[in-house]
Structure formats: C-alpha cells, structure tokens
Ligand binder design. Structure first.
Ligand SMILES: Nc1ncnc2c1ncn2[C@@H]1O[C@H](COP(=O)(O)OP(=O)(O)OP(=O)(O)O)[C@@H](O)[C@H]1O
Ligand SMILES: [Mg+2]
Length: 601
C-alpha cells in the first residue's frame, strides 16, 4: 500500500511512463529516429540493426546536427527545437514536436547520441536507462548518430512482450518501407546483423520515384498503376493508384501520406474505397501510394502520441477532394487510354514462366456462370494447354496504347464472335479480344447511372404489362419503395394482395428478363433497409439492373452490332473494366502472336 501522500515523479520514472506510450517495440524507436533525421534535413540515412533491433539500433544521418550546448537538452523531456511560440503548435511543419521521443527511448535502453553541426568534431551524450546523462567530445562528421542498445533491459515487463528476432525485424522493415516511400529525395539503407537488406538512392525524377515504388511495392503495382496529380482549394494530391484490375484480397498495400507523415484515417480510406466502389468487386481492396499535401494550419497532428492520427479543420473538403480526384482518374480508364507496351511483355512472361502472381493480382471472380463455363472450356492451344483461356486473357488484359493514324478506332473493327463469349476485332496493333457480356454490362451501367443522376431514366411501355407474384415481405417492400422504383425507371402497380403489374421499364433494359430483375432489385432493397442508405447504394441497384440488361453469352451478334459495342466502349467512362473490376478487353499484338507461334525464329 502506498503512503497515500502525493509526490512528484522522478524524471526517470516520468520518462519511462511516457515511453510506455511511444516506445512499444524496436520499430517504434526506428520510427522516432528516422523522423528526427528527416526533420534535421538529412539526405542520407543509414540504419543498422542487431538481433531484430533488440540488441542494437543505430541511425546515422547527414542532417543539420545538434549544437554542443543543446545536446543534453535533446535527451531531456519537454525539450524541442521544433516549437517555439504558442502558435507553432497550430501549424506544425515537422514530423516531431512533442520533445520527448529521445528522453523516452533513453529511459528504457542504453543510449548514445553523437552529433556535430560542422565537420570540426562533435560531442556525444550517453544515458543508461534514464540515469544521469554524461557528455564528452567525440569525433563525428556533420550530422547525428544515435545508438540504442538493449531496449527495455531495465523494464522486464516490456521486454517480455518482445517477439522473435524475425518478427521485430519485419515490423522495422515495415516502418522503414513507409518512411522510404514518403521521402523520395532522401537516400536510405538498412542493415541487419551486418547484411545490407535495403538500399534506396535519392529519387528526384518521376522515373526514379517509380523505380523506388517498384522496389518497395513491386513492379506489378507500378506497371498497373495510374499516376495522379491534382491541386485545388489549398490541397494537393499526387501518387499512384492501381487500376481496378490489380486489387488485393486485403488492405495491406494501401499507403496514404499527409505532409510526409504516414497516417491512418478511416474517413480518407473510405473516400478512396468509395472512389473505387464502382469498379471493384466487393471484398477486394485497392492498392495505392498517395501523397496528400495540406497547409499545416488546416490539420491538427497533435491527436495521438504516435501521431498516426490527425484531425482536419475541414474534413469534408479533404474527403471530397480525394474522392473526386481518384474517381476521375479511374473514370478515364477506357480503351483509348495510353499505357506502355512493356506490360504486354510482362504478361507474356507470366504465361511462359507459369507464375501466377500477375494473374492473381489482376483476377476478379466471375459472376455470370455461363460466360465462365464457356471461357474455361476454350483452351489456349498446344503451348500451354494447362492454362484456361480465361486465365490467359486475364493475364493479358492490359490496356495498350491507342493505335496511331492508320486505325481510327482504338478497338478496331470486329471480325467475328468466338464461342458466343468473345468478340474478336482487328486494330493496327493486332488482335483485340472483348468479353462482350462484361463490356455491355459496363456500358449499360454507365448509361443508367448518367441517366439516373442527370436527366432521369427514360422509360418504355411494355405492350403487355407483366404480372409478378410476390411474397408478403416483398409486397410490403414494393409499396414502401414505389417512388424509388419510379426513379429507377420501373413503373409498378399494385394489383391484388400479392401481385404487382410492371408497366414500364428503363429503355436500356427493354430486352431484360424483367421479373428476375424486379426480384433482384427487391432483394437489394431488403438488404439496404432504410431509404437513407439507399441513396448511397443506388449504384449497387443500378449495377444489378445493368447485369440483367447485358448481352448474355451465346447470343449471336451481327458485325454491325459488334462494332457498335466497340464504339460504345471507346466512348464510355470506366469501360476498361467490368462492374466487378475484371478487364473487359485485351490486346494481343502481332509481335506477341509471332512470338507465340515462333514465326521468324
Ligand atoms: N537526428 C537529429 N538531427 C538533428 N537534431 C536532432 C536529431 N534528433 C533529435 N534532434 C534534436 O533533439 C530534439 C529532441 O528530439 P525528440 O525526438 O526527443 O523530440 P522532437 O523531435 O522535438 O519531438 P517528438 O517527441 O515529437 O519526436 C529535437 O527537437 C531536435 O532539435
Ligand atoms: Mg522526434
């Protein structure tokens, strides 16, 4: 039992308590040290680790350095060079500002900091587990070196929670990755137990930056990414987002930086997800590395000790800016879109190497079984009999650059229909293969959406009204949402306790099976419940409707119909992928066909 009298904590205890908040494991120390080096304007930062960082973490930079007189202050709590006046706290320009990271780390380790502001020799300060700091001269070029040994050696409770070397190292690598992604102009290296694990040179051109992104997030990401850049209303956004055909089953490749800081923000994550909502299959996650810049006084970063969370003065503005910018970038993905032919080579490599990585990333589950069935039955010929056509085409499905001069149409002219599933067309580059159901579904969907949100859906009278029998629950739902149905272009009329008459349907869907359509819309409505959410998810309903309206497999199309579909695709936003994020078309270039058939070898 304590004496129940109040006493001030010793600085050592106060630091250890503060350390509890920011120093969770070796990776948190690395984060703090890297941030300090970046704040010091370093252009080279070298990290060295031993035993997953538990035995030793050393960070060496070529930044501004610390004045000899300030060196002891650097390891004291509530001491910082980053905030001077009260107002500074409301417009923070640096990564650190709390003035306690070093004091915290030094209180739970054997700590050394050595620094110099020029090349005339420097000074060092050592602290053992938060005890009295000792200063001495040290030979040190301009910059700072921090060494943290035996983390938590004096805090057994914390030490117990350290995991295997491998695990701690992988946490550090993740931190390192994020920092390297967020500061292109700085060169970084990472060594573990004497072995160089990562090395990035300063990247000051777009090309060099893409190289770094490829090294960190994979070449496939960058090959499948759109570069975005936009600025408005005091905000700027740049970075790379993967095309919907390259998505993940988890959210592990989503990087969002705000003013050079890694942040977690549910709201902004949602804004990005929403931008993809129309082109990504449910349950898939977009991949991105995005850099948001905002005036420092528009955001409060002093929300959480580890500074992962922020609060925006006008969060709606930021949300809309992010959402609109990305939505537009994704809308521009259509057949005329320019992409480097290099991707094609990559795709072919995938084929011959029999690796699945590219395909896995680009794959979306099929929804309409007839198409899938037919596609799988269609094998790709003797060279890779084990790879079904569907997979091959998915692997190949990348937008290629628009043909020049000779061909007017990016998707060329239709030649034939294959197995009732694909349209084959010829363009200047070679052969174009279009998944006709997926493409048509996309086009119908885009039309329904435009109509719904802009001019209202055009309807067509059915010559004979269709009577549809419904369950009690569905009947109630119809009556409740009569108005919604009307807005969707479906005019229904009650005609008995369990029957409704369908009198008018949207023009685009005049060929659809309307009874099945009504039942699917009802199930969407039942799932969504109250009408407020309905507005948000009206797109899901339109997507269901488009699926019903789209050409089914095995329908014979005339050449004119096929060409009309190709022209529609070229004009429609987002037509590069279907409503579920699968590609709608693929280009097989003549060179690729030559290679496949070994022509000229
Ligand atoms: N690598 C470095 N190069 C130059 N100065 C440094 C370096 N590391 C620390 N400093 C100096 O030491 C001070 C204390 O660092 P510390 O990390 O404890 O606090 P901070 O960065 O100011 O705030 P926070 O606690 O939010 O990180 C900094 O304000 C900075 O002046
Ligand atoms: Mg700091």
């Amino acid at each position: 039992m304590s004496s129940q009298r109040i006493q001030l904590l010793s600085p050592r205890l106060a630091n250890q308590i503060a350390a509890g908040e920011v120093v969770e494991r070796p990776a948190s120390v690395i984060k703090e040290l890297l941030e300090n080096s970046l704040d010091a304007g370093a252009t080279r930062i070298e990290v060295e680790l031993e035993q997953g960082g538990v035995k030793l973490m050393s960070v060496r930079d070529n930044g501004r350095g610390i004045h000899q007189e300030d060196l002891l202050l650097a390891v004291s709590r509530h001491a910082t060079s980053k905030i001077v006046r009260d107002e500074d706290l409301h417009a923070i320009q640096t990564l650190g500002f709390r003035g306690e990271a070093l004091a915290s780390v030094a209180s739970v380790s054997r700590f050394l900091i050595q620094s110099a502001t020029d090349n005339q020799g420097g000074h060092a300060v050592e602290v053992d587990g938060g005890n009295e700091a000792r200063e001495r001269p040290a030979s040190q070029p301009q910059g700072t070196l921090v060494e943290v040994r035996d983390l938590f050696y004096n805090v057994p409770a914390r030490r117990k929670f350290l995991r295997a070397e491998r695990t701690e190292l992988s946490h550090i690598e993740e931190v390192f990755k994020r920092v390297a992604l967020s500061h292109f102009a700085v060169g970084f290296s990472l060594k573990h137990n004497g072995k160089v694990l990562k090395q990035y040179h300063p990247a000051n051109t777009l090309e060099a930056q893409e190289k770094r992104i490829a090294a960190i997030l994979g070449q496939e990401f960058i090959s499948n990414a759109l570069h975005v850049e936009n600025a408005a209303v005091g905000l700027a956004l740049s970075g790379w987002i993967a095309q919907p055909t390259f998505s993940r089953s988890q959210s592990d490749m989503q990087y969002l930086f705000l003013n050079g800081r890694v942040i977690r923000d549910k709201n902004l994550t949602f804004a990005i997800k929403k931008a993809y909502s129309d082109v990504l299959y449910h349950g898939r996650f977009p991949v991105y590395a995005l850099y948001l810049t905002i005036q420092p006084d528009m955001v409060d970063v002093n929300v959480h000790p580890s500074k992962h969370e922020v609060r925006f003065r006008e969060h709606r503005l930021v949300f809309d800016f992010l959402y609109r910018t990305l939505k537009q970038a994704l809308a521009d993905v259509r057949p005329s879109h320019d992409l480097q032919p290099a991707q094609m080579t990559g795709a072919f490599k995938t084929l011959s190497d029999d690796t699945v990585s590219f395909r896995r990333a680009a794959t979306q589950p099929y929804r309409s079984e007839p198409v899938e069935q037919a596609a799988i039955e269609f094998a790709f010929g003797a060279h890779s009999p084990q790879v079904p056509a569907a997979q091959v085409f998915e692997a190949l499905a990348v937008e290629d650059s628009a043909p020049r001069v000779i061909e007017q149409h990016p998707l060329g002219n239709a030649l034939a229909q294959l197995h009732g599933v694909y349209i084959l067309a010829q363009n200047a580059k070679g052969l174009v293969i279009v998944d006709m159901h997926a493409a048509h579904e996309r086009i119908s969907y885009e039309r329904l959406k435009t109509a719904f949100f802009e001019e209202g859906i055009h309807r067509q009278h059915l010559l004979v009204p269709l009577s549809i029998h419904l369950s009690e629950k569905d009947m109630a739902c119809v009556l409740e949402h009569m108005d919604t149905f009307r807005k969707l272009g479906l005019i229904l009329q009650e005609s008995g306790p369990d029957v409704v008459l369908l009198r008018e349907v949207p023009m685009v869907l005049s060929n659809a099976n309307c009874e099945a359509l009504i039942k699917d819309v009802l199930s969407d409505l039942n799932e969504l419940g109250e009408s407020e959410r309905l507005q948000d998810t009206i797109q899901d309903i339109l997507s269901t409707m488009a699926c019903h309206g789209a050409i089914r497999a095995n329908r014979q199309l005339s050449l004119a119909e096929m060409n009309a579909l190709l022209r529609d695709m070229e004009m429609t936003e987002r037509s590069g992928q279907c409503n579920h994020g699968r590609p709608t078309w693929a280009q097989l270039r003549l060179e690729d066909l030559d290679k496949l058939l070994m022509r000229g070898q």
